[in-house]
Design a binder for this molecule. Sequence first.
Ligand SMILES: [Zn+2]
Length: 202
Amino acid sequence: MSVSFVKVQGSGSVGIGVITSVVEAKDGAISVASAFAAHQEAVQDRDHEFLTRAVEEAYKGVECGDGGPFGAVVVRKDEVVVSCHNMVIKHTDPTAHAEVTAIREACKKLNQIELSDCEIYASCEPCPMCFGAIHLSRIKRLVYGAKAEAAIAIGFDDFIADALRGTGFYQKANLEIKRADGNGAIIAEQVFEKTKAKFTMY
Ligand SMILES: [Zn+2]
């Protein structure tokens, strides 16, 4: 009996969800389950890489004094389009959250008003305003690190209550939302603890 499995291929490295070929294993040694697990692992690695970049932006933003400890990265076809952080203080603009800033910059850079071929990686779960912006931009996938509670715990109150929480309210069929787990979640949650003495609450 031959067993077939799907091969995942990206640009140079392993990509996500792009089924390029179906290969038959001669001896049936490779099971569908293990191929799926390998695919999941590739997705994990890729997500971890881009989420780490968003976390680095969060630190960078605090170091520059631009705003709060939040970062966001827009990715298109495995390439980083923009990597941004919170600019609320720098721009004297309460709406200049990392995700909104990243969406604005990505649209400008790509010269398009929708980002349906893009994904966004956020160091923290987006607030309702940012979820609104993600929804309006038609971004297809969101991966975030820290839970909103981690930001609330250090005094950011603009995440409002659970009832208005974006993850529930904006959970739509055309937007896949993933919360990082394992090390990805840990490095994202650590941002607040490590930066809380370095920025002024606004
Ligand atoms: Zn926000």
